[in-house]
Design a protein around this ligand. Structure first.
Ligand SMILES: NC(=O)c1ccc[n+]([C@@H]2O[C@H](COP(=O)([O-])OP(=O)(O)OC[C@H]3O[C@@H](n4cnc5c(N)ncnc54)[C@H](O)[C@@H]3O)[C@@H](O)[C@H]2O)c1
Length: 254
């Protein structure tokens, strides 16, 4: 595999599983040193260990992206170990789906906080190093749900918010040679979507078959499909791409 990220350091939040883990692996395979941050510290450590066993270099860090001190400590740990941060992938996320009349304030707050407050805190903390070095790439994980999705008032609001954050940070950070973009996946096979099948009491197989039937390319997304696009946006091939939201959804219009 081409080593597009040799001598670069990538920090991936929510890197303990799913899309985040696939992104960590992709960066490591392409030569980056990777900081794997996750609320689930054991998962972060396990992913970092696997990367190191495969001859990469990675650091697992327990971090709650909603908490300012935790994010500051994460960035400090990353800089302490690797001295620089070239790439931020703000990927940590949760869902707490419910129809409006059943959605609790706690469900609303938690989803808004993890996605938008978390992305803001990570971007602000990482930007200090990037701005001083006049280089950097940031990618935020939005979603097709930003366009509206029944039962996800909290999540779709948060994911639409990240698109505004992307465009605004592209304006503010462009003069410092920092590219800021979002990837908006459609339906990707991860624990997050498995949980939806459980909630709806349908078999996973039926749920995924039904979901795939609405996708022009005829299959669900895999974490590696999303990781590949994130890597592209962080590569020099995308040097003139900033402030964009790239939908990665198998061709489904929304
Ligand atoms: N799976 C999909 O179909 C899909 C579609 C569109 C967008 N996304 C987005 O992609 C991202 C990754 O999704 P996934 O499907 O891999 O999810 P996942 O549930 O498999 O993984 C999410 C990871 O984030 C971590 N996390 C949760 N809260 C955290 C916090 N406060 N601080 C730090 N880490 C935290 C979890 O521990 C977990 O390891 C999310 O932002 C999600 O909203 C997913």
């Amino acid at each position: 595999m081409v080593k597009r990220f040799q001598d670069q350091v990538a920090l991936v939040t929510g890197g303990g599983q799913g899309i985040g883990e696939a992104t960590v692996r992709r960066f490591a395979e392409e030569g980056a040193k990777v900081v794997v941050a996750d609320l689930n510290g054991e998962a972060a450590a396990a992913v970092a260990q696997k990367v190191s066993a495969d001859a990469g270099e990675a650091l697992g860090v327990t971090c709650d992206v909603q908490v300012e001190a935790s994010v500051e400590a994460l960035v400090e740990a990353a800089l302490g170990r690797f001295g620089q941060i070239d790439i931020l992938v703000s990927n940590a996320g949760v869902t707490r789906d419910n129809l409006l009349h059943k959605m609790t304030l706690a469900e609303w707050d938690q989803v808004i906080q993890v996605h938008t407050r978390g992305a803001f805190l990570c971007a602000r903390a990482v930007a200090r190093n990037m701005v001083s070095r006049k280089r950097g790439k940031m990618v935020f994980l939005s979603s097709t749900s930003a366009l509206g999705n029944r039962g996800q008032a909290n999540y779709s609001t948060a994911k639409a918010g990240l698109q505004g954050l992307t465009r605004t940070l592209a304006l503010e950070l462009g003069p410092f040679q920092i590219n800021v973009n979002s990837v908006a996946p459609g339906f990707v096979e991860t624990a997050m979507t498995r949980a939806v099948a459980e909630r709806l009491h349908v078999s996973l197989e039926d749920f995924w078959r039904e979901a795939a039937s609405h996708i022009p390319l005829g299959r669900l997304g895999q974490p590696a499909d999303i990781a590949a696009v994130i890597a592209f946006l962080c590569s020099e091939d995308a040097a003139y791409v900033s402030g964009q939201v790239l939908y990665v959804n198998g061709g489904r219009p929304s």
